[in-house]
Write a protein that binds this ligand. Structure first.
Ligand SMILES: [Zn+2]
Length: 133
């Protein structure tokens, strides 16, 4: 990440080069004649240059990381229930930024479908059900 008050001349030069390359790729990707097939990658190259510029300026080109750091994106719900179950304890798994996790904290373990879960962890008969029998 670049501190505007301490930016080095070499960093300025690199940044100016990247900005020109990025602009050139954008011009080509928007305006080059269609028959110029060798320009086909210009759009992809433009995106690469944008990302290089972002990494240089902000340390990352990851939009989620940037959005989090700047507090400008809606935070993802911490726990999003999945339809999958923990293969260790059979509890439902939640989709989190660090992967699938169950209530007991088993992280990134194999997931079971409902059917597989029922087979591995047979349901105990609940008291309610016992009463109604
Ligand atoms: Zn578990």
């Amino acid at each position: 990440m670049i501190d505007p008050d301490k930016i080095k001349k070499s960093q300025v030069k690199k940044l100016l080069t990247l900005l020109e390359q990025w602009t050139r790729y954008e011009v080509v990707s928007r305006l080059a004649p269609i028959e110029k097939l060798e320009y086909g990658d210009a759009f992809a190259e433009m995106i690469k240059k944008e990302n290089e510029i972002r990494v240089m300026l902000y340390g990352t080109s990851n939009f989620v990381e940037l959005g989090d750091a700047w507090n400008i994106i809606r935070p993802r719900k911490k726990k999003r229930k999945t339809k999958l179950y923990c293969s260790i304890c059979g509890k439902v798994q939640y989709d989190t930024r660090s992967g699938y996790i169950c209530k007991k904290g088993h992280n990134d373990v194999e997931s079971l479908s409902k059917k597989e879960k029922r087979k591995k962890f047979p349901k105990k008969i609940s008291k309610k059900r016992e009463k109604s029998r």
